[in-house]
Design a protein around this ligand. Structure first.
Ligand code: GLP
Length: 243
């Protein structure tokens, strides 16, 4: 694992975007796995700036987002699709047919998950997967207990995750869905390259456990230690418990 420490929250996004831009410039048809969350906002802002100043051409890339709340579709203002559209897709004019998203409103969620795996394969697999991390060590929505060989599927969200994510739901825990669809650990591990971004002191402990702790399902992000091409970008606070 290559670990890069930058000064602050904004720097994490800027450095992440610089790496992704380099990959897009090497491969105009990059298959890019994307993530949501507060950590990602400066990352998308930096990419938007680069697209607007023509430093990168986003038009040919394909995107696959990691996860979506069960029961939520594109029209739901609290959906991850809506987050992505607001913070990235609509700002860079990426063609709709190049954007792939789990539809939490599909009546058959198992089929939705199976088809997502098929689509990823059809496009030749994910070249670069961007990840954040939850305070319980989740990546995507792979909560503690997620198996190494797990694929895209429906999962139950942990109490901590629902509490943390309630800030996106007006701090009303009862509004946070209990279930979600997520790419699995093995889906993520199949990406050719992985970029993990984290910032803030509240991520320091889990970053230490994920990067230097035992590899097991108690901390799903620890599985990344088994991937041969991972770059981790942290701010000083998130990296403060690393030796
Ligand atoms: C959500 C997402 C994760 C993300 C995590 C961290 O739970 N499903 O993919 O990594 O939030 O989010 P934040 O950056 O807001 O701390």
């Amino acid at each position: 694992m290559k670990i890069i420490i930058v000064d602050n929250y904004l720097g994490v996004g800027a450095k992440g975007a610089e790496i992704v831009a380099g990959e897009i410039n090497k491969n105009k048809k990059l298959v890019l796995g994307l993530a949501t969350g507060e950590t990602m906002i400066p990352f998308y802002r930096s990419l938007i700036k680069m697209a607007k100043s023509k430093k990168i051409n986003i038009k040919g890339i394909k995107t696959f987002n990691l996860d979506e709340y069960a029961g939520f579709g594109k029209d739901n203002k609290d959906s991850y699709y809506h987050f992505m559209d607001k913070n990235f897709f609509s700002k860079v004019g990426i063609p709709a047919e190049n954007v792939n998203f789990l539809n939490g409103k599909n009546k058959n969620l198992n089929l939705e998950c199976k088809n997502y795996e098929k689509m990823i394969k059809k496009f030749g697999g994910i070249d670069l997967q961007v990840l954040g991390i939850g305070r319980d060590g989740h990546i995507g929505f792979n909560e503690p207990g997620s198996k190494f060989n797990s694929k895209t599927r429906m999962v139950l969200l942990s109490k901590l995750t629902r509490k943390d994510n309630s800030r996106f739901f007006g701090h009303k825990l009862e509004r946070v869905p209990k279930k979600s669809l997520t790419m699995g650990i093995s889906t993520i591990m199949s990406a050719r390259k992985i970029l993990l971004l984290a910032s803030g002191a509240n991520k320091a402990e889990i970053i230490h456990r994920a990067l230097h702790g035992e590899v097991n399902a108690k901390v799903p992000a620890s599985f990344l230690q088994r991937h041969k091409n991972v770059i981790v970008i942290l701010d000083k606070d998130a990296g403060s418990e690393l030796d």
